[in-house]
Structure formats: structure tokens, C-alpha cells
Design a protein around this ligand. Structure first.
Ligand SMILES: Cc1ncc(COP(=O)(O)O)c(C=O)c1O
Length: 469
């Protein structure tokens, strides 16, 4: 689906009434959830005594309570009550070969058994893993491994400031680049500023410029206005749009960012924590054919094995961050580049290429997107739709992420739409579908016809609970 159509449909969803599940049907679903997830509930009650709120995974559903998982295989996942799920969360994107993929796990187990977890010193896997990334990602000439996507964004920004000797950083509103002090600003919904920034001094955002997505004039103004205030060191962005495309990217946006970075001698940072090795083996930069100066990677480079992250990019830039005394800028991490992560990285990327994982996951996502849109079209009263960037699918039902903050009663709109989205998700969970935030589905190379058919059945069931207008 093209950008203009996505935007028009999104506007349509947020400007029309929501479609609730009637109270009696909802009560039945809730009762069913409690009855079939007893062990998860017991664990949650226990966890509340030792873990704040009883849950520490931001991607976990909490309505009515979080589920505890037991095991996985391929695209399937089982919770501790033995319920089976088709998994579209896939650990928040990194699992593209499929869960618990023997050829990868066997290699990692061998490293653990034969070599031990880490030494704090260099191993051969570090070089093999860096070469594997460089082989596929066109703008990358050097790699520095870190431990998370959050750290990778922190590092990229620090490197950009050190390299350009400029201070300002532009962030596209609504994007997620991890939870470091300077990046927790306008998360999830564009324009929300410090709403979720409790615990972070407001001064920390002094050099951050929050630009609304696809606002070309504001983008240019941010570069121009910064000239007398230390200049723009970098713009950091998710190349498919904020929240992995929840806020879709205008077809000209990445190119314009590149042009402005060139014109103002600033660096372009692509956050490819989700898009790298998922949208394309060469990441979003290859998919859109726009080359950033720096790229950040996270969980996907080790296919879910900890601790995975990397900042990578042009040689002349990356060379300023070698380890050692009196180097600048300072980067660290005792467990960064440990042999388990680097071994997993090397073998995971090798196996993704060998199995054509991105293409298979993309083919599935294209088919599921079409099939769901056909199904949704059978109910003209429902504005539901799905769009995808390769194996990243967004399904829109209540569109709480797209509520206009300047519109009437935005907070109430957001909460009503979010709550209803969670109710839909509870029904889907009862039926054995696991997705991200009730809005997103990632596919892996093992999703198959059976998964597709079952997914459609679940949606058909969900829609049957919503009365026709
Ligand atoms: C686009 C993007 N950047 C950065 C991060 C942060 O990565 P991590 O959770 O490994 O810190 C995430 C996490 O989901 C992400 O989606």
C-alpha cells in the first residue's frame, strides 16, 4: 500500500467512531482468558512481590495480565499453561529464521561448551561477525559492537558530535531509539515531548530538536536555525518511519534528510535495530537506496541472543572510536562483543543468507497483508486495514498511535482507542495469536499456509464479535 493511501486510511480510522465488542461477549472472553492462563496469573501474582509491577518486558501485554512463556519452535510459542500461539511478536523483530533454529543454536551451544562465555578480550568471532555485517550493509565499512540498540543510538550520537564538533541532534517525533536520557522524548505519539521523560532533567533535551514526521519545512528550519547554536551533528531516524513504520515515512523523507545532512555537514544516522537484516539483508538503506553515515543495530544481529548491538558506518567516522586510553569519544561495555553474541551474529547472518530468510518472511507478509485486507473488505462498516514494509506488518483497528494531539479531547481519544485495541488483542490471544501492542506483526521465514489460514480464522472470529452497523 502506498504512503498516500495509508495516511488517508489512518485519518479515516481516527476520525470515525470505534467499534467496541459488546459487554457480554467481552466478559466471556475475559473469563476464558482467566480460565486458560491460570499458571501465568499465579506467576504474575508471585512476580509482583519481587519485580516492580510483576512485569518488566515493555512488549508484554498487560490486559488483563501478562503471560509467561515456556518454549518456542519455528513460528510457534507455548505459554506455561500449555497454550499454543502463532508468534508475530518474534521477540520484537529479531527472530527471522524462526525460533529455536537448530543450525544456529547448535553453533552457539558449541561456542559455550568449547570456549566459555566471555573473556573481556578479543575473539575471532568479533572479526567474522563484523565482516558479515559489512558484506551485506552497503554503507558500513567498520563496526563497533555494543550490547543493546539503546547503547548503539547513544554511541552513534556521541560519535556524530565528536566527529562533526557540532551539538544539536534532530530526532523524528514518535520514533523510538531506546531509553537513554536524551532519546526518551516524544515517544510513541509524535509531539508528546517529555510526557514519558520522568526522571530525566529537562536540560538533557537542550540539544535535541524534535521534528514532526514528514514535516519537510520544520526539518529544514531545524538545520537552518541551528547554524548559530552549535550546528546539527546528526539526524537520527527510523528509515521506515517512527515505531518501525507506525508513523509511515513519506517517500521523499529519507532522501531529503540525506540532502540536508550533506548541505549542512551533518551526519545521517539510520536506526536499523528493526529494519537491518529484516527489510533487506542490506537493511532499509539498501531497500530505499539512501546511504546513511552511521547505522545502529541491535537484537537482530544476534538473532535474539544477548547482548547484541552495534554502531557501524563509514571508515573515516568510525575510526575515531577505537578502544583505548585518551580516545574520543569514550565507548564501553565489558560484555560487548562477547564470543557468544559475535558467534551468534556471524552464524545468524550467514544462515539468513543461506535460507533466503528475508524473502521468505516478506512473501508471507505480502500474502497475509493481502488476505487480511480482503477479509476486512467484507465488513464495510469496519475501517480496519493492514499495510506492510516487507516482513513488518501494521494492522490498524483503532489507530491510537495516530490520534491528532491538536484534535478534540486527544487524551480521552488515545485511552479509549488503546483500551479497545487491548480488548481486541485479548480476544486474539485467547485464539492463539501473539502480536506486538495489538498493532504490529513481524513474520519469519517459517510462517506458512497453516499459520496464514489460522490467522484469518482468528480475525474472522474477532470481527464476528463486533456488531454490524
Ligand atoms: C528502532 C529501535 N531502536 C532502538 C531500540 C532499542 O533497542 P534495545 O531494546 O536493544 O535497547 C528498539 C527496540 O525495540 C527499536 O525498535
Amino acid at each position: 500500500m502506498e504512503y498516500e493511501e495509508i495516511m488517508e486510511r489512518l485519518r479515516n480510522v481516527v476520525s470515525t467512531d470505534v467499534h467496541p465488542i459488546p459487554e457480554d461477549a467481552l466478559e466471556k472472553e475475559k473469563k476464558r482468558f482467566y480460565e486458560t492462563h491460570k499458571k501465568s496469573l499465579a506467576l504474575f501474582e508471585d512476580a509482583k512481590n519481587v519485580i516492580p509491577g510483576g512485569v518488566e518486558h515493555n512488549l508484554s501485554t498487560t490486559n488483563p495480565f501478562p503471560l509467561a512463556m515456556d518454549r518456542t519452535k519455528g513460528y510457534k510459542m507455548w505459554d506455561i499453561d500449555g497454550n499454543e500461539y502463532i508468534d508475530y511478536l518474534l521477540c520484537g523483530a529479531p527472530i527471522i529464521l524462526g525460533h529455536y533454529f537448530d543450525p544456529l543454536d547448535d553453533e552457539v551451544i558449541k561456542i559455550i561448551q568449547e570456549k566459555g562465555p566471555s573473556t573481556g578480550l578479543t575473539s575471532e568471532y568479533e572479526v567474522l561477525a563484523a565482516k558479515e555485517i559489512i558484506k551485506h550493509v552497503p554503507s558500513v565499512e567498520m563496526v563497533r559492537f555494543l550490547q543493546t540498540g539503546t547503547e548503539s543510538a547513544m554511541a552513534a550520537i556521541r560519535i556524530a558530535r565528536a566527529y562533526t564538533e557540532k551539538m544539536k541532534v534532530i530526532k523524528v517525533s514518535g520514533s523510538y531509539h531506546g531509553w537513554s536520557d536524551q532519546m526518551v522524548y516524544s515517544l510513541h505519539l509524535p509531539g508528546t515531548g517529555p510526557l514519558e521523560s520522568k526522571g530525566i532533567p529537562v536540560e538533557f533535551f537542550g540539544h535535541l530538536i524534535d521534528v514532526m514526521p514528514n514535516d519537510f519545512d520544520a526539518l529544514e528550519k531545524a538545520f537552518e536555525d541551528s547554524k548559530d547554536q552549535g550546528g546539527v551533528a546528526a539526524i537520527i531516524l527510523e528509515p521506515v518511519g517512527g515505531e518501525s513504520g507506525v508513523h509511515p515515512v513519506h517517500p521523499d523523507w529519507n532522501r531529503r534528510c540525506r540532502e540536508l545532512c550533506d548541505a549542512y555537514e551533518s551526519l545521517l544516522i539510520f536506526d536499523e535495530v528493526v529494519t537491518g537484516f529484516r527489510l533487506d539483508m542490506g537493511g532499509a538503506q539498501k531497500y530505499f537506496n539512501i546511504m546513511p553515515d552511521l547505522t545502529t543495530f541491535g537484537k537482530i544481529i544476534a538473532h535474539g541472543y544477548p547482548a547484541a548491538g552495534a554502531v557501524a558506518g563509514r571508515k573515516d567516522i568510525m575510526e575515531i572510536c577505537d578502544a583505548g586510553l585518551a580516545r574520543e569519544p569514550y565507548l564501553g561495555g565489558t560484555l560487548a562483543a562477547n564470543p557468544i553474541m559475535c558467534g551468534a551474529c556471524y552464524h545468524a547472518i550467514r544462515l539468513m543468507e543461506e535460507h533466503d530468510a528475508v524473502k521468505k518472511a516478506t512473501d508471507y507478509a505480502n500474502q497475509l497483508t493481502d488476505a487480511l485486507n480482503n477479509l476486512f473488505a467484507t465488513r464495510e462498516d469496519l475501517p480496519f486495514f493492514v499495510y506492510n514494509y516487507g516482513p513488518i506488518m501494521h494492522y490498524v483497528t483503532t489507530a491510537f498511535f495516530s490520534v491528532d494531539l491538536q484534535g478534540p479531547d486527544p487524551l480521552n481519544q488515545i485511552m479509549t482507542r488503546k483500551d479497545l485495541g487491548e480488548e481486541y488483542q485479548m480476544v486474539a490471544t485467547n485464539q492463539g495469536l501473539n502480536s506486538l501492542a495489538g498493532t504490529r506483526m513481524y513474520s519469519c521465514m517459517q510462517h506458512d499456509r497453516a499459520a496464514l489460514d489460522r490467522t484469518l480464522e482468528v480475525w474472522e472470529y474477532l470481527m464476528s464479535l463486533i456488531p454490524k452497523n
